[in-house]
Ligand binder design. Structure first.
Ligand SMILES: [Zn+2]
Length: 455
């Protein structure tokens, strides 16, 4: 087994902290992105240590950085993937420290992107520096990819790279954001590994109707027709569908919860379509809405627009629905359901796709997943990894298109609770504790050593 004893992890963590602090001082708010400043910074850092890198510009200022280290023998290609853009700051006066200060205080590094996801850019860059400095003898290739535009759909980042430079992006294994959350379940701490991401379909639906004076109502009211369909769709239960990762998640978590948990896991993953999740999960730390989203295609109405005046019946009403579907389900199946539920209104309904991408997954039987599991078991006493489904999406989906086994694993310490952390992502006072950086760099380094068979 690899011997990490030679490394002084305290010093490594300090260097990672400094690296993150400097990255957070670079304002890569997307839009507009301007990831160039982050790519240039990383390129400078890498070249100081003799690591060459490429910068690929998808548009002016939209830089993607790729660096690679080749091993002495052929082997697997491991990509350490991150995005360098961050979401906008809407409430600068709510921040205790300025959002682009990168201040290190109170045991945290503060700034927009500290959690999502410059911390992983920092730990991954550090892993590459360690490989180079220690002159490790390994097989295959270690690839660092710090890409643009993840927060706005990846058209200038991950998706663009996979479409335009597939040879540079092709990898066997990928580590990315999305997992690494410690979940305390019963006596057990589980570290989530995102193996599966739901598909997405954002769709705009429109009804036309007869305009008129509101004092003389009629039946052809575009708002009333929209309301009928929205209500039917939002209340509709799509068939249950259990992804392999979800099955495994509930089996393991159920066991950790004892007899009630085992029973709940059986019911959740059974064919039974009519389960009262609220009462089934009462007293457990599992959230009924989240468990429902893990196991079903969902529909959330998110926008609606109609009318210009209080007393005028509008000629049209349009609304947006956000559908998320598990692997094995498709947009076409959702379209059929919409048509059925629209019933008498179906012929009048106009449908326009805003964005669509399929669900994606990497198997838990893959050797790389096994390496992540083994590393968690050995490096975090009493903890184990568990596969997880992400209801959102990351750049992992593009890498899976290229055939990579891609996993979301950005390990965090137990210092912050999951709910606290969830509140901070994309919000004021985003920060990461230094313990998480230390754990993250150590685990990623250990995983990379195993995957690349360091001798
Ligand atoms: Zn992110």
């Amino acid at each position: 087994m690899p011997d990490n004893a030679k490394l002084d992890w305290k010093t490594v963590a300090e260097e990672t902290t400094k690296l993150l602090s400097e990255l957070l001082q670079l304002d890569t708010t997307n839009p507009p992105g301007n990831e160039k400043i982050a790519a240039d910074y990383l390129q400078g850092l890498l070249s100081q240590e003799g690591i060459e890198s490429q910068i690929l510009e998808s548009a002016p200022g939209r830089s993607n950085l790729i660096a690679r280290l080749k091993g002495r023998q052929p082997g697997k290609r491991l990509m350490l993937l991150s995005h360098t853009d961050v979401v906008p700051v809407n409430d600068p006066d709510q921040w205790k420290y300025p959002p682009f200060s990168g201040v290190v205080a109170e045991g945290y590094v503060w700034g927009r992107g500290a959690l999502d996801m410059k911390s992983m850019t920092a730990t991954e860059t550090m892993v590459m520096l360690l490989f180079k400095r220690l002159k490790l003898d390994f097989a295959g290739e270690l690839i660092l990819a710090a890409v643009a535009d993840e927060e706005q759909g990846s058209s200038y980042g991950g998706n663009w790279l996979v479409q335009n430079h597939p040879d540079l992006m092709r990898s066997d294994y990928v580590l990315n954001e999305g997992g690494g959350m410690p979940l305390q379940i019963g006596e057990q701490v589980f570290y989530t590994v995102d193996t599966t991401e739901k598909g997405l379909w954002w769709v705009r639906l429109r009804f036309k109707g007869a305009a008129g004076h509101a004092s003389v109502p009629h039946q052809d009211n575009a708002i009333a027709k929209s309301a009928r369909l929205i209500d039917r769709l939002a209340g509709h239960q799509f068939p249950k569908q259990i992804a392999p990762a979800v099955q495994e998640f509930f089996v393991r978590v159920g066991q950790a919860l004892g007899p009630q948990g085992v029973r709940a896991a059986q019911v959740i993953t059974s064919d039974n379509q009519q389960v009262d999740l609220k009462s089934l999960l009462a007293g457990t730390p599992l959230d009924a809405n989240l468990v429902y989203a893990f196991t079903h295609t969902t529909c959330s109405p998110t926008m609606i627009r109609a009318g210009v005046k209080e007393n005028v019946i509008p000629a049209r009403c349009e609304f947006v629905l956000d559908f998320r579907f598990v692997p094995g389900y498709s947009r076409e199946q959702i379209e059929e359901t919409i048509e059925q539920l629209a019933g008498e209104l179906a012929a009048e309904l106009e449908i326009e796709t805003i964005q669509h991408h399929p669900a994606s997954e990497s198997p838990i039987s893959d050797p790389f997943y096994q390496i992540i599991e083994e590393t968690v078991r050995q490096e975090i006493p009493g903890a184990q990894a568990v596969p997880y489904l992400l209801t959102g999406a990351t750049d992992s989906r593009f890498m899976r298109q290229l055939g990579a086994a891609a996993y979301g694993f950005s390990p965090l310490s137990t210092q912050m609770s999951l709910s606290e952390r969830t509140k901070l992502v994309h919000s004021a006072n985003e920060r990461i504790d230094i313990g998480s950086l230390k754990l993250g760099v150590k685990l990623l380094y250990t995983i990379a050593r195993r995957a690349l068979q360091v001798v």
